[in-house]
Design a protein around this ligand. Sequence first.
Ligand code: NAD
Length: 360
Amino acid sequence: MSQIINVNLDQSYNINISYNDLSDLSNFLKNSSFVKRLFIISDTNVCRLHLKTLLNYIEKSNFSYSIYCFEPGEKSKSKEVLFDIYDFLIESKADRKTPLVAFGGGVVGDVASFAASTFMRGMPLIHIPTTVVSQTDSSIGGKTAINHPKGKNLIGTFYQPNAVFIDTKFLDTLSDEVFFDAFSEIIKYGIIMDRQLFSFIEEHIGDILKRDNKAIQKLVYDCAKDKSLIVQKDEKEANLRAILNFGHTLGHAIEAFFEYKKYTHPQAVSIGEVFAARLSYKLGLIGEQTFIRIKNLLEKFHLPTKIDNIDPSLLIEIMQRDKKAKGGILEFILTKGIGEVIIANDVKHSLLIETIRELQ
Ligand code: NAD
């Protein structure tokens, strides 16, 4: 039995969550008015591991398909891969009624959905995410992106899919590192809006570390629900959606400082979350116990919570140059308690320096 979350926007769509079963996809295609053809975009890892499973379900719906797989990894969120996708679509005589299927992690989702949003001014889009990050976050909400040499995700659009199909069985083939890194973002949902989710992770830590499917399925459902609630209230990040950046202001600066080599994005976010929680504690918004709960939970997933001895003012300079800093003014998402946040843009420079030093 699958679980369904409706994302209620101008273009509403369902997120279908299941285990080892994509029959909702077959039924969706059978009942759709699309031309009976699909363009599947994926990366070579996902194609090698899971394409056969996907094709079984597509064949049941009597759709034909063409497939384009690119090299895995962040470097593929590039104009070169984007134009390779356009070439593939043109050569395959794609039109505006034929859906593009983004089948893979966040990288595939971001670049494929950007292609779908721009090719012939927009073609239908179906997300079939296969990583924890893409199932709990990136496939929901309609942000598309490629990177520019001067910065990550600098070029993109907002473009909602027609449907999202999540099968948590795909997660079985992820390495522990990729699987558990994603928990900095899952824990984030708990801190910013979902106290029960945070407590569930604390109470079921044993099952989660064993990757028990029931526990994972619940987490994927809760995160997808939380993200869709935020997106429904603020589709284009005018205000509320910014709370998803908890831990990201310093996290992005750490990633950039180490030239995207030392820490993965979720690892850098983990340090950023400890920083935001510590700042919240020092400002009297939370007690020490809450700060310790947040730090301890991240550490249970072997996520980093400290940084090397680097000059804090260098990190502050990078934060001020970030695309999300408004005219150089730093905005921090802080917590008032598990499940509640506030936005602060008047934190004293000296307090920022002191708090970053305490992470070392
Ligand atoms: P990813 O897409 O690079 O996938 C990680 C690795 O896992 C890749 O090597 C991939 O080939 C492999 N993989 C994918 N599915 C697999 C499976 N089932 N089994 C085994 N291996 C598998 O990384 P990610 O963490 O999924 O996504 C990160 C990207 O998502 C970043 O580019 C980030 O900017 C973006 N993102 C976007 C949003 C958004 O709202 N659009 C939100 C969060 C993150």
